[in-house]
Structures are given as structure tokens and as C-alpha cells.
Design a protein around this ligand. Structure first.
Ligand code: HEM
Length: 143
């Protein structure tokens, strides 16, 4: 699956609209993932508070979305751009790569809820493809 020129322009355009709210979107996506898919809590058990909007969740939501924003600028080589991060998730954090789909889903939900007008069906498809490609790139180092 590859991103078309149209996908890329929709993704870049949507990111420009949401980037100033990226930290909040990240916190909401991560909060939702932990609540709706509680099995994901196992990876964050070292945090003092995993509740929605807790300081750890907010801080890490910001970190995740900074990486997503960086990836928007590197759409032509996601595997190369995310190689070090893939290594970390595979061998240091040992995240089951199936979870990338789960977080992507929650990022889409956060985008839809907070940007209902801009998150058209067209943008939805493009962002879904982009996050799937990002998840695939993050899974690249697993084997
Ligand atoms: C869109 C997908 C994702 C992106 C862009 C992303 C990005 C990041 C980044 C940038 C870091 C910091 C790495 C560093 O220390 O240099 C990180 C750490 C981490 N990620 Fe991910 N991540 C993603 C998905 C996931 C998923 C699905 C999980 C688990 C369910 C996960 C669990 C973790 C954990 C446990 C850490 C360490 C947290 C800590 O410092 O306490 N990540 N991630």
C-alpha cells in the first residue's frame, strides 16, 4: 500500500490544520487507547497515574504526536525515518506491533471528534492510510 500524491496533499493539509492542537490530540488518543483497550496498560505500568489526561499521559501524548508530525514531513521514506523508533519499540519497549493499529485507531477518533468539519471522509481515508504506513514502518525492525 502506498500513499498517492492526493493522499499526501490531504495529509499535509489536514496536519497544517491540526498541528497547533497536536499535544491535546495525542493526550486524548492515548487516554482513549488506555481506557478502551485496557490491555495496553501493561506497557505503561511504570507511570504513577494512567488516568485520562494525567500528567504522564499528557506528556507522552505530546511525544507521540511530535513523532507523527515529524513523519508527516518524511512521508516519502517512513521506514528510514522511523528506523530508530522501530528499534526502540521492538527491542527496548517490546511492544506487540498489533498495538500500532490500536493507537492509530484512537488517533483517528481524536481527530474526528475534535475536527468534525475538516475530518471529511476523504481526509479520513488518507489519514488511515498514513497511520497504517507509519505503523508498518514502526514494525519494520521486528524481524
Ligand atoms: C503512532 C504510533 C507510535 C508512535 C509515533 C510512538 C512514538 C513514541 C516515541 C517518540 C517515544 C519516545 C522514544 C524515546 O524515548 O526516544 C515512544 C515511547 C514509548 N512508546 Fe511509543 N509510539 C507509538 C506507538 C506505541 C504503542 C502502540 C505503544 C504501546 C501500546 C507504545 C508504547 C511506548 C512506550 C511504553 C514508550 C516508553 C514510554 C516512557 O518513556 O515511559 N508506543 N513512543
Amino acid at each position: 500500500m502506498s500513499l498517492t500524491a492526493k493522499d499526501k496533499s490531504l495529509i499535509t493539509g489536514f496536519w497544517q490544520k491540526i498541528s497547533s492542537k497536536a499535544d491535546d490530540l495525542g493526550a486524548e488518543a492515548l487516554s482513549r487507547m488506555i481506557v478502551v483497550f485496557p490491555a495496553t496498560k501493561v506497557y505503561f505500568s511504570h507511570w504513577p497515574d494512567l488516568g485520562p489526561g494525567s500528567p504522564s499521559v499528557k506528556k507522552h501524548g505530546k511525544v507521540i504526536m511530535a513523532a507523527v508530525g515529524d513523519a508527516v514531513g518524511k512521508m516519502n521514506d517512513l521506514v528510514g525515518a522511523l528506523s530508530a523508533l522501530s528499534d526502540l519499540h521492538a527491542f527496548k519497549m517490546r511492544i506487540d506491533p498489533g498495538n500500532f493499529k490500536t493507537l492509530s485507531h484512537n488517533i483517528l477518533v481524536a481527530c474526528a471528534v475534535n475536527f468534525p468539519v475538516d475530518f471529511t471522509a476523504e481526509v479520513h481515508v488518507a489519514m488511515d492510510k498514513f497511520l497504517a504506513a507509519l505503523g508498518a514502518a514502526l514494525s519494520d525492525k521486528y524481524r
